[in-house]
Design a protein around this ligand. Structure first.
Ligand code: HQG
Length: 178
């Protein structure tokens, strides 16, 4: 399996559908590395620990993390199934960015940013990253989020191990549309 295929497969089973390969995630999203590798190999996905380590280390967005003794692995963000990653609420920068596409704008102008199928709304620290996120779906539109004001008004923010900012909902009044 090439690196991209392994990464996509890990995203699928560690964020959305662990049943697909007969693994379980604990409350904080971790799964046992040996069982994961065994089950992958049983399904013809030939990956050993060294290869898994390489995929985790070279992943473009650092999507996955091992625990200290490399016995467990999890996705650092992006889940649709209920896990509690236990990130601490922290103070965000004054502004954060969200990349989306024009077809969602009407809804966003009405409801703000919703987490849709994921556990959080995902925000980026810089425009370039937000552009890349939006570009997955078409010509990107960048929304500037007044995260400092949100925080002052009691909204909680988390930063994932791979530097993605997470929050529950961005109400319309904190979004600069242009
Ligand atoms: C949009 C990738 C209608 C939102 C990226 C987005 C990111 C609304 C889509 C991570 C809406 C949800 C997350 C509303 C938000 N009405 N549409 N009220 N509120 N939306 O994929 O932020 O490669 O769940 O703009 O790099 O695009 O997976 O979220 O277009 O970090 O590691 O609904 O996924 O990382 O899409 O991307 P997503 P996202 P990975």
């Amino acid at each position: 399996m090439n690196t991209k295929h392994i990464s996509k497969f890990l995203s699928l089973v560690l964020r959305h559908n662990p049943d697909k390969i007969g693994i379980t995630l604990d409350a904080q999203g971790w799964t046992d590395v040996n069982i994961l590798l065994q089950n992958m190999n049983r399904q013809g996905k030939k990956v050993d620990l060294e290869r898994l380590k390489e995929v985790v280390a070279t992943n473009d967005k650092k999507r996955f993390a091992f625990n200290e003794d490399l016995t467990k692995i999890r996705a650092s963000q992006g889940h649709s199934i209920s896990v509690d990653l236990k990130y601490e609420a922290i103070t965000p920068p004054k502004f954060l960015y969200h990349g989306t596409v024009p077809k969602f704008m009407r809804d966003i102008q009405q409801k703000g940013l919703l987490k849709m199928s994921r556990l959080h709304v995902h925000l980026s620290e810089d425009r370039t990253t937000a552009m890349r996120v939006g570009a997955r779906r078409g010509v990107p539109t960048i929304l500037v989020i007044r995260s400092g004001a949100m925080h002052q008004n009691g909204h909680e923010f988390y930063k994932s191990e791979n530097e993605v900012w997470l929050t529950d909902h961005v109400p319309v009044e904190y979004i600069n549309f242009k």
